[in-house]
Design a protein around this ligand. Structure first.
Ligand code: ADP
Ligand code: MG
Length: 621
């Protein structure tokens, strides 16, 4: 008989035959692909030798979208059909996007859609077009199909943004081994994961964004201690300042759109050249030549560089570490080539940053190293990369309270379950409201999703056992499921919130949670106390409706009703103590009624039974 063969866990089926994995940096401005070949990670060039693929996609009425430089050259002619920086729109709804240079479609809450000559295009589709080109480059270079990819995302990407990235990969027919945080990838590229424990700061200044991340390596595991930055600060802003400088030098009032673009192109070229030389010629077709020195450039961008340092300071504070605790600083992003940026970073952190690996390729290189491990080419490697969730996750309980199920800063992947119960007798459905945040009351938290668990068998309040499980996978995606334990009915949801969360919103939510901690505790206690009161009143009322007439004397009943009315009236009081005393005293006053009901129900349960059945009951004891 043929037996099924099972290989050792972690061991590739055929170890001599390496699998083909890619690391992909799906950037806002530029994207790259890298792969581990004969032991070292290399970025893969296109046929013309370019490593960077501009993250630009052009959609015409006919045919296949154009990606990269080809699309970039069409941007000025077809601004609405040439999608740039779509990463900003990933996992976002129209509600989240304040203004845009594009014509947007799609509902208020659903995924954003760009209205192009090729019809409505989603950011996921545009990203898939970019991934397609990179994957094809990989296939051509490696001469094989791709077994899996690691795609990098900013550390602060929320569930929706991560899910959108995965959707794009799926659309491009790629198997995502995992999404990896960009700063973690950069640290991996420098081999910091195999070093001693330590703290790493990753300073990433790209085209349109600045991200700073503080990572801690602990026994071979990376944790993100804090992230910070500015989602609207990058090399593009340097270009704009240089263009404005040129405009002033030329005494141009309002340049035509075409001229404005020409100024920006010249500005970018001059800026990049000035990273290597002290002075360049600034040339714009049809205008006299200017000279731009590094000194003038530095004067222009100094305030922006300062802002990145302030954001770095905040990230360190959030992480609870001092600059002296930092063991390595890693530079990422094309804009860290600017000498002033490097100088500011080394001055602030008090050490030379690591910059041996090209800052535009370092993320892709780290992703490739990780992909190689995950695809199974290095069965001995115990590299394990962990991230943490930035805000606590939980659900709404009675009284408008947030019950945290997974605390913030918990390392992912993680799964946690908690039991909940019904509030009312005979309740057959439960509404689950998933929240994110640190505040005690629902209003202070961010609503992620709602769903309902139905078909709970009718039981007395508090008797049902509903187990709610929160699971966050390695990519930061949250899955919530609820299961009624006696019947096994279960329902769940994968959270793909319709709107995103900016890093400064995260910071704001954290700040608010500290500021209002004491107040929140008050509100929580009050809400809980009110809930106790309400529940007692409701239970007592239904007991009175059923058995009040038979089990209580008129005087007893009236005394109870009077006390209930008093508690009901005082229910909205803000005084926790008074409310608690009134509730406790009503509970005591109703004790003998409860005891009588218990006796009565036991008697009733026994009367219908035969002697044989009673014997059986006895045996079962
Ligand atoms: P992103 O992460 O946003 O995709 P990149 O890391 O590719 O961006 O960085 C792109 C930015 O880097 C652009 O603003 C570009 O002008 C800038 N850049 C590239 N090379 C240099 C250079 N030599 N000097 C200064 N800036 C540079
Ligand atoms: Mg980048």
């Amino acid at each position: 008989m043929a037996l099924l063969q099972i290989s050792e866990p972690g061991q590739a089926a055929a170890p001599h035959e390496g699998k083909h994995a890619l690391g992909i940096d799906l950037g806002t401005t530029n994207s790259l692909v890298a792969s581990v070949r004969s032991g070292s990670a290399e970025t893969l060039p296109d046929a013309a030798g370019n490593m960077l693929l501009p993250s630009v996609v052009y959609y015409s009425a006919q045919g296949v979208p154009q990606v990269g430089n080809a699309a970039l050259t069409l941007a000025s002619e077809y601004p609405l059909d040439t999608l740039q920086s779509v990463k900003r729109f990933m996992g976002r709804s129209r509600n989240d996007v304040a203004g845009s240079e594009y014509q947007l479609g799609g509902g208020e809450e659903g995924q954003v859609r760009f209205l192009t000559s090729a019809g409505e295009i989603t950011p996921v589709e545009a990203s898939a077009a970019i991934l397609n080109v990179l994957a094809e480059r990989g296939r051509n270079t490696l001469g094989a199909d791709i077994d899996g990819v690691v795609i990098t995302v900013p550390a602060y990407f929320d569930d929706a943004q991560r899910q959108a990235t995965k959707d794009a990969a799926q659309l491009a027919g790629l198997k995502v081994l995992r999404l990896l945080n960009e700063p973690t990838a950069a640290a991996v590229a420098y081999g910091l994961d195999s070093g001693d424990d330590g703290v790493v700061a990753v300073y990433d200044l790209g085209g349109g964004t600045f991200d700073v991340s503080i990572l801690r390596l602990d026994r071979g595991v990376f944790e993100v201690l804090a992230t910070g930055g500015d989602s609207a600060l990058g090399g593009d802003d340097f270009d704009a300042l240089i263009a404005a400088w040129a405009q002033q030098e030329y005494s141009l009032q309002e340049p035509e759109p075409a001229q404005a673009r020409a100024l920006l192109t010249a500005a970018r070229a001059a800026k990049q050249a000035l990273s290597d030389v002290e002075q360049v010629n600034f040339t714009v077709p049809g205008l006299p030549e200017l000279t731009l020195t590094r000194e003038v450039l530095e004067g222009l961008v100094q305030p922006l560089v300062k802002r990145t340092i302030l954001a770095s300071k905040r990230a360190l504070r959030d992480a609870g570490v001092a600059t002296t605790d930092i063991d390595s600083v890693v530079l990422v992003g094309g804009s860290t080539r600017v000498p002033l940026v490097r100088a500011a970073v080394s001055e602030f952190f008090g050490r030379e940053p690591l910059a041996d690996i090209d800052p535009d390729t370092v993320v892709a290189v780290g992703a490739a190293l990780q992909a190689d491990v995950l695809v199974g080419n290095k069965p001995d490697s115990d590299m394990l990369l962990l991230d943490v969730i930035p805000l606590s996750l939980g659900l709404e309980t009675m009284g408008g309270l947030m019950e945290r199920v997974i605390e913030r800063n918990t390392t992912i992947p993680v799964a946690k379950a908690q039991e909940f119960t019904t509030y009312k007798d005979g309740q057959t459905a439960m509404s689950i409201h998933v929240l994110q945040g640190e505040r005690e009351m629902v209003e202070g938290c961010r609503s992620l999703a709602r769903f309902e668990l139905r078909d709970i068998p009718p039981m007395a309040a508090g008797a049902a056992r509903i187990r709610v499980t929160f699971q966050v996978d390695a990519d930061g995606l949250l899955n919530v499921s609820a299961r009624e334990e006696t019947t096994g009915v279960e329902t769940g949801i994968t959270i793909k919130p319709s709107y995103g969360l900016e890093e400064d919103e995260i910071a704001e939510m954290l700040r608010a949670s500290w500021e209002f901690a004491a107040e929140d505790m008050q509100s929580r206690q009050l809400a809980e106390q009110r809930l106790d009161a309400r529940q007692l009143l409701e239970n007592l009322q239904s007991a009175l409706d059923q058995d009040g007439a038979t089990l209580l004397e008129t005087a007893e009943r009236e005394a109870l009703l009077a006390q209930m009315a008093a508690l009901a009236a005082g229910q909205e009081l803000d005084d926790i103590q008074t409310l608690k005393m009134a509730t406790d005293s009503l509970a005591r006053a109703s004790e003998s009624f409860a005891a009588r009901r218990m006796d009565a129900s036991i008697k009733q349960a026994l009367t219908g039974l035969s002697v044989a059945q009673l014997d059986q009951l006895g045996e079962a004891d």
